[in-house]
Write a protein that binds this ligand. Structure first.
Ligand code: NAD
Ligand code: DAU
Length: 339
């Protein structure tokens, strides 16, 4: 099987590339990635050269919204596209949403058009539970929960999902959408809660908790997400949506204290800051559909996943220290101004 993986130099995409080569040594992968601030070829350093030498892997630096680049790849034939490429950070979408439209919406539309033109057999859209909006203290998102995005990021992901749906309904393109909850694990860019707080705490820097610190997310270890996408790629039903969750609801204060305990750091590092505008209160996932139809289940509980994650960041200080410079610091000085 020959796969076009977009965004394969990012957090989940690089974990998925690693998963595929481990499980399907004969598969071929083309990784199309723009290498934005979040894309990092170091994420695949340990496997890319060998796989390329065996003729199984190639990297194309390019933009999914560039039709010429996408068609140039697809003209030689691929069996499936898995679209991970996105602007993925809610805070950055609040700071400036334009690139979220360009990549998340237009990029998806370009990929869908090209998939149709070159008769790609399968198109998987990696979406998010944030398309459903926010929950009160009870209940869970199912695949039929109405779409109600609250941030510019989730609005762009929802728009993309609607294009995917339309290409299935209108043209019969073989599409599937996955909607997963919050991932954590190795290679996550240190702007997201868990890696940001691990790397800040390591140097005794403040941990900026938004609002009252009681917002709840459902946390899934990234390799469990990759296994679910693998099942959807091979067995998901065309036109369907599959929710994926970790079954580990935690509020942000609990996550923060877990990190402080693991690093033996004091709670005085916590700084309560002004809330994220439009901050969704709670996410929880009903993932019974993928469990019942495709036989998926999580392998990691939160404690095991967090131990592995903290260890990875402690063992890979070079990786994140190189990131926490330049544009990264510029974004944060702008973001925290007045907060
Ligand atoms: P990430 O920000 O770590 O990686 C995104 C990757 O996409 C980067 O390598 C970046 O260079 C690339 N990219 C961005 N714009 C591009 C463009 N125009 N053309 C080509 N490449 C481009 O993101 P992530 O956390 O790995 O998320 C991957 C996907 O999973 C996203 O679609 C995101 O919406 C979705 N998702 C993420 C989570 C999560 O918790 N991280 C949960 C559910 C769904
Ligand atoms: O639910 C899936 C989504 O999870 C994905 O679609 C997104 O790509 C991914 O970024 C993530 O979105 P969140 O906004 O939930 O993740 P983030 O790590 O930014 O924030 C998690 C929670 O922690 C949220 O309630 C906001 C809070 N937070 C975050 C940061 C960065 C803080 O309190 N302080 C912080 O500095």
């Amino acid at each position: 099987m020959k796969l076009l993986i977009t965004g394969g130099a990012g957090f989940i995409g690089s974990n998925f590339v690693r998963h595929i080569f481990k499980k399907y040594p004969k598969y071929k992968i083309i990784n199309l990635d723009k290498l934005t601030y979040a894309g990092n070829l170091d994420n695949l350093k340990d496997i890319a050269d060998n796989a390329a030498a065996e003729g199984k892997y190639s990297f194309v630096r390019g933009d999914i919204s560039d039709k010429v680049v996408v068609e140039d790849i697809l003209k030689d034939g691929v069996d499936a596209i898995i679209n991970f490429a996105a602007e993925s950070h809610v805070d950055r979408s609040i700071d400036d949403s334009r690139v979220f439209v360009d990549t998340n919406i237009i990029g998806t539309q370009v990929l869908l058009d090209a998939a149709l033109k070159f008769q790609v057999n399968r198109y998987i859209q990696i979406s998010t539970d944030e398309v459903y909006g926010s929950l009160g203290p009870t209940g869970k998102f199912s695949e039929s929960t109405p779409l109600a995005p609250n941030s510019p990021y989730s609005a762009s992901k929802t728009s993309a999902d609607l294009f995917v749906r339309a290409f299935y309904e209108t043209y019969g393109l073989n599409t599937v959408i996955t909607r997963c909850s919050n991932n954590y694990g190795p290679y996550q860019f240190p702007e997201k809660l868990i890696p940001l707080f691990i790397t800040n705490a390591f140097y005794d820097q403040e941990l900026p908790l938004y609002g009252d610190g009681k917002n709840i997310r459902d946390w899934i270890f990234v390799t469990d997400h990759c296994k679910a996408i693998d099942l959807v790629l091979h067995h998901g039903k065309p036109g369907q949506v599959y929710n994926i969750g970790g079954n580990e609801e935690k509020d942000n204060t609990e996550i923060t204290k877990t990190i402080l305990n693991a690093l033996n750091k004091p709670e005085s590092l916590i700084k309560y800051v002004k809330d994220r505008p439009g901050h969704d209160r709670r996410y929880a996932i009903d993932d019974s559909k993928i469990k019942n139809e495709l036989g998926w289940s999580q392998e990691y509980d939160f404690e095991t996943g967090m131990n592995e994650t903290v260890k990875w960041y402690l063992d890979n200080k070079d990786w994140w220290e190189r990131i926490k410079t330049g544009e990264y610091l510029e974004f944060y000085s702008r973001w925290y101004e007045g907060r």
